[in-house]
Design a binder for this molecule. Structure first.
Ligand code: ZN
Length: 135
């Protein structure tokens, strides 16, 4: 399905900012010092998504859970172009939470972090998780 946006035809939905329907926000929730998500009651698979009808691995039942904010960097990169209201350069990293899923976070540093760097998710900025290197 294609929807005209700003005179162009695109497959992207415009979202509520551009007067369209609201688009689901799949970013993880950080509240009370923990990352919130779901965990499968059958295979214990963790997920940082807000709403899943069932476990993507085994189709088991999922329940709300929260995860420790500490983890290790799985991969990182520096973004060199502006994205939304963010000005480059800024670093992004996938973080494997110690007792939870892999989440995407903005790294509170302007360079990449080596694989395995210990970090802690410390908050949310513009709706995205922010992680800082553990001293
Ligand atoms: Zn499962």
């Amino acid at each position: 399905m294609t929807i005209p946006v700003d005179g162009r035809v695109t497959k992207r939905r415009p979202g509520s900012v551009k007067g369209g329907l609201a688009v689901a926000d799949s970013r993880p929730v950080f509240r009370d010092g923990r990352v919130h998500g779901l965990r499968c009651t059958e295979c214990r698979n963790p997920s940082a998504q807000r709403d899943l009808p069932w476990c993507p691995l085994c189709r088991g039942r999922v329940v709300q859970d929260s995860f420790s904010p500490t983890g290790s960097v799985w991969a990182s990169t520096v973004v060199a172009i502006p994205v939304g209201n963010r000005k480059p350069p800024f670093a992004l990293g996938y973080v494997d939470l110690d007792d939870g899923p892999r989440v995407l976070a903005h790294l509170a540093m302007p360079e990449t972090a080596p694989i395995g760097t210990r970090v802690t998710v410390t908050g949310v900025e513009l709706g995205d998780l922010v992680a800082e290197v553990v001293a």
